[in-house]
Write a protein that binds this ligand. Structure first.
Ligand SMILES: [Cu+2]
Length: 127
């Protein structure tokens, strides 16, 4: 295992910790912000969701699922990349929006060839 690959593996597993401090120049993708934000409580589903990463991602090999409180995850159609570090998708307005715990489940391929994935939890309901 090369030093670079080892460093990337370490970053992958330590990513949640690294979010709390300035990241070194890691090429693979770590979430640095999202809308809705993790642990947000919203009165209704937003029209658009975005996730911002610390590095460029390959949109053609990345995906975004919306996981409702119950039932099947919905694959969201990714918007054309306006920014190469952002995943963006519209949520169909006709989608039923029951209160409870929802998740944005993302998987992205970064320019260093490494795949990272994760969940961003949020809630629908009254704060
Ligand atoms: Cu990497």
């Amino acid at each position: 295992m090369s030093r670079t690959r080892l460093a990337c593996l370490l970053v992958t597993f330590a990513a949640p910790l690294l979010l709390l401090r300035p990241t070194p120049a890691a090429a693979h993708a770590v979430v640095i912000g999202s809308s809705p934000a993790a642990a947000a409580v919203l009165p209704a589903l937003p029209g658009t969701v975005t996730i911002r990463f610390n590095s460029r991602i390959d949109h053609a090999r990345s995906r975004l699922l919306l996981v409702p409180p119950e039932g099947e995850p919905l694959a969201l159609a990714l918007a054309p990349p306006g920014e190469h570090t952002v995943l963006e998708a519209a949520i169909p307005p006709s989608l039923p929006a029951p209160a409870g715990g929802w998740r944005l489940r993302w998987q992205v391929l970064a320019i260093d060839g490494h795949i990272t994935r994760g969940d961003i939890p949020f809630r629908l309901g009254t704060p």
